[in-house]
Design a protein around this ligand. Structure first.
Ligand code: CA
Length: 657
């Protein structure tokens, strides 16, 4: 039905399904199995009393119990009175591609794809396409057109996810529509809760955001998310229905100040987005998955070879008042001294600096090989946020004129803030900003934004989104600083596992003010923790929360590390962790591995560097908080590296060459 142009190699199906020929008719009450190429992942399809369903198993353990399938559209209710008309043979899919802006550079995968056709006695109504890999699964719907009908509106997806008894959740709530700062929510900025009982979800009226992490009884870990969401659909989130059942739901109709429908429109040449499952006995498949990118393709070509790297921004330490020419000029010099590539000039630059002076600043920055990112309000007619510039990014005529001005003055990128909706209309705005920005050679960061769903590959000038309870909250509250390590342990296996994350952190300030003195919120984490999160939190462009005062007060080895840390990575290995307690992973760039660990627990966090990573090590530089190795940089080789013990709020980094 669809040419899979995103694949470099495609072998279409002769693989027989083990349970039988899968020829019509599929019999009510009987179960038909779909397999990943290695047979580890099994989806079982069935229908009983007119309601179709599925279950998901991996290595013989159940991750999703038998759960209903269905979709309600303005063309009809396709959730009952159904029979399974046909299940295709497996189409064997092999893909390989390269990305410079995510966790892994050279990616290859193997999957089996099946098309399951649902209908009634007289006609076929819709298809469900399944894609199964070793530790991932995904499905999407296709509504079959009839007669002259070429469009539909999706009212509800009735597909559920029934978790096995004993499952606990590691979820973050969806924010209330038109809540938050100046009615800018939802923007994925709530705190995760570890090991919650499913039924606690009955009290969470707005549901939960993606990615959604579950510890499935004693079977293993499961992450639900979605990918391939652009202007063709709305973004979804999860609602808990009780009885261990979760369901995809569409945005609240109150979002975007009530403008725009919450029910996505679908051209009947198009699929719904892919809904993804990643699972395994431990967290490694979740941290390392590339399913978000395997299933999508670039929607346009990059207008140039975008250059990623490091930068600074004054706002996180100084606040709005410092977005004036002298301080931004100083941050250009500061970035240059650190060997960084960019400075992010935050909100109100249009009134507090002005366009003429920004043009001068950009020229002065360019002379020092520093580029500028400029902040914009997405607004529009959907929030009350007063920060300017506003009224530019929301329509193509104004923003293309502005982007031409940016191009003329050598601006490198934009950070657009305060979207506050997952509606299809909002998804189209994200897509249009990205597409226009590419015409003018601009990279794009989104804040106050939805979770990016496959965007690093779909939109080649997309850098990262916030979509997390990020560094600004550390500035806003002491409680957040007290919880910093706790929240950080979730990100490598949850939020940051599915998309680049613009956290804006890794400050060396002890206090969130420009004098680095008591009087504002106080960071409780160690310097090594800050270095570890610079490795652990992945975004190809990092605007670290550095300041002159903070750097002056920090040990020299910490500043030197922040100068040297890469922002683009070739590979990842999950090492060990438990969300809410601790996390350790390794990222590779060139021939160098960076091992990073953090701990939020009262007990020391102990882990070992995988033998595979130590095998070819010549020199290992360690940054450690353990009491016997306090606070300095030490060099080892693979035979004498000391035991790793990370104290509470501490970190560990090893650079292995
Ligand atoms: Ca924010």
């Amino acid at each position: 039905m669809n040419v899979k142009s995103y694949l470099t190699t495609v072998t279409l199906g002769t693989l027989l399904v083990a349970c039988g020929s899968n020829e019509k008719p599929v019999v009510s009450g009987e179960t038909y199995s779909l397999f990943s190429p290695d047979s580890a992942t099994v989806v079982k399809i069935s229908y009983i009393d007119g309601i179709p369903g599925y279950s998901l198993e991996h290595n013989g353990k159940i991750y999703i119990e038998y759960s209903p399938i269905g979709i309600k559209t303005d063309l009809g209710d396709f959730s009952k009175g159904l029979i399974v008309k046909n299940i295709s043979e497996a189409g064997k899919i092999e893909g390989s591609y390269s990305m410079k802006n995510t966790k892994k550079r050279d990616i290859s995968f193997q999957g089996n794809e099946y098309t399951v056709t649902f209908g009634n006695d007289t006609t076929d109504l819709f298809e469900m396409q399944w894609h199964l890999q070793k530790n991932d699964a995904a499905f999407r719907y296709f509504v079959i057109p009839h007669g002259e009908t070429r469009v539909c509106r999706v009212l509800e997806e009735t597909t559920e996810f029934v978790m096995p008894e004993g499952t606990t959740t590691f979820l973050a709530p969806q924010m209330r529509a038109m809540g938050g700062w100046m009615r800018t929510a939802p923007s994925y900025e709530t705190r995760h809760k570890a090991d919650a009982q499913m039924d606690e979800g009955l009290d969470v009226k707005d549901g939960f955001v993606f990615p959604a992490l579950f510890k499935v009884a004693d079977n293993g870990w499961l992450q639900l998310s979605e990918t391939g969401v652009g202007s063709n659909y709305s973004a979804s989130h999860l609602k808990y229905n009780g009885n261990r059942a979760y369901q995809y739901v569409f945005p609240d109709e109150k979002e975007f100040n009530g403008n725009g429908t919450s029910q996505p429109g679908l051209a009947l040449t198009d699929y719904t987005p892919w809904r993804t499952f990643t699972f395994g006995e431990d967290l490694a498949p979740l941290a390392e998955t590339t399913i978000q990118f395997d299933l999508v393709e670039p929607l346009y070509e990059a207008s140039q070879d975008y250059k990623y790297g490091k930068g600074t921004w004054s706002w996180i330490i100084y606040d709005d008042w410092a977005t004036i020419y002298p301080y931004q000029k100083d941050y250009v010099d500061f970035s240059n001294e650190l060997g960084y590539q960019t400075v992010l000039v935050d909100g109100r630059w249009d009134t507090q600096i002005g366009r003429d002076s920004i043009a001068i600043l950009a020229k002065e920055a360019a002379a020092k090989d520093v580029g500028l990112f400029l902040w914009y309000n997405s607004n529009g007619y959907w929030n009350d946020a007063p920060q300017t510039p506003r009224g530019i990014m929301d329509n193509s005529i104004k923003r293309r004129k502005e982007m031409q001005w940016m191009k003329d003055n050598g601006i490198k990128g934009i950070k657009v803030d305060f979207f506050g909706s997952d509606k299809q209309q909002a998804m189209k705005l994200y897509e249009d900003i990205l597409f226009d920005a590419n015409d003018y050679g601009l990279m794009v960061i989104f804040h106050g934004a939805t979770l990016p769903r496959g965007w690093e590959k779909m939109y080649p000038n997309f850098v990262a989104s916030e979509a997390v309870r990020a560094s600004e909250n550390l500035r806003f509250s002491q409680e957040e600083c007290d919880m910093e390590a706790y929240s950080a342990t979730f990100h490598p296996v949850s939020r940051n596992a599915v998309a680049s994350m613009d956290f804006g952190g890794s400050t060396l300030n002890r206090y969130y003010n420009h004098k680095d003195e008591p009087g504002s919120s106080e960071r409780k984490t160690s310097e090594v923790f800050a270095l570890a999160t610079a490795v652990m939190f992945q975004s190809p462009v990092q605007h670290f929360a550095l300041s002159r005062a903070g750097n002056a007060n920090a040990p020299e080895w910490a500043v030197e590390f922040m100068k040297a840390v890469p922002t683009t990575w070739d590979d990842i290995r999950w090492i060990k962790g438990y969300p809410g307690k601790h996390a350790a992973l390794a990222r590779k760039t060139g021939d160098t591995w960076y091992v990073a660990g953090i701990n939020a627990n009262d007990d020391d966090f102990k882990f070992e560097i995988p033998a595979e990573i130590l095998a070819n090590a010549n020199e290992i530089t360690v940054y450690s908080d353990s009491t016997d190795l306090k606070g300095s940089e030490m060099k080892y080789n693979s035979s004498n590296i000391p035991e790793i013990k990370v104290p509470k709020n501490g970190g560990y980094v090893a650079v292995i060459k």
